[in-house]
Ligand binder design. Structure first.
Ligand code: SF4
Ligand code: SF4
Length: 161
């Protein structure tokens, strides 16, 4: 079936930081994200978890998310931008080409109210959009047991070693 976005979609990040600040939300982390952030921040596993992460109970399972500051900025936002931009998590890297945002044209238009880059700038081809979707599928957010404590998380199993 032909996707409604088969002819491509325009998007150019305007670096407004609206998706990084001022509102509560989650940046769910994959194994790859944890490895990338350990490298970007020059931190070991325990220090990264202790200082930048939180466990979120999602009902069916738990997940690992980045923390937020008191005013709901992402913990990794600072001095006008993402402080780890080149190593930002897959969830951030693939936005706005997420399954739920691409589900319908109406969903894409609704999302544009939150992101001024949607509908602007360079047209992204179908293959570029599909590669973003694939990137997200290939690095899924970690699924943890409900009730697990941060100190009980095992580095080797979380990082797939
Ligand atoms: S809200 Fe959109 S334009 Fe603004 S920083 Fe996020 S992705 Fe870029
Ligand atoms: S990791 Fe960077 S891009 Fe992602 S929400 Fe935080 S500040 Fe924004």
């Amino acid at each position: 079936m032909k996707q409604w976005y088969a002819d491509g979609l325009s998007f150019e990040c305007e670096r407004c930081s609206a998706c990084c600040r001022h509102e509560p939300g989650y940046v769910f982390l994959s194994s790859r994200d944890i490895r990338d952030l350990m490298e970007a921040l020059a931190l070991d596993f325990r220090s990264l978890l202790r200082n930048y992460c939180r466990i979120v109970d999602l009902g069916s399972h738990a997940a690992l998310s980045l923390r937020e500051t008191k005013n709901f900025d992402c913990i990794l936002w600072g001095q006008g931008a993402c402080t780890v931009y080149a190593h930002r998590p897959v969830q951030c890297r693939t936005y706005p080409f997420w399954t739920q945002v691409l589900a319908t044209e109406a969903a894409w238009k609704t999302e544009s109210a939150s992101c001024p880059g949607i509908g602007k700038g360079r047209k992204r081809s179908l293959s570029e959009i599909e590669s973003r979707l694939a990137e997200r599928r290939e690095s899924p957010a970690l699924k943890l047991e409900r009730g697990v404590r941060m100190e009980d998380l095992d580095e080797d199993s979380l990082l797939g070693r």
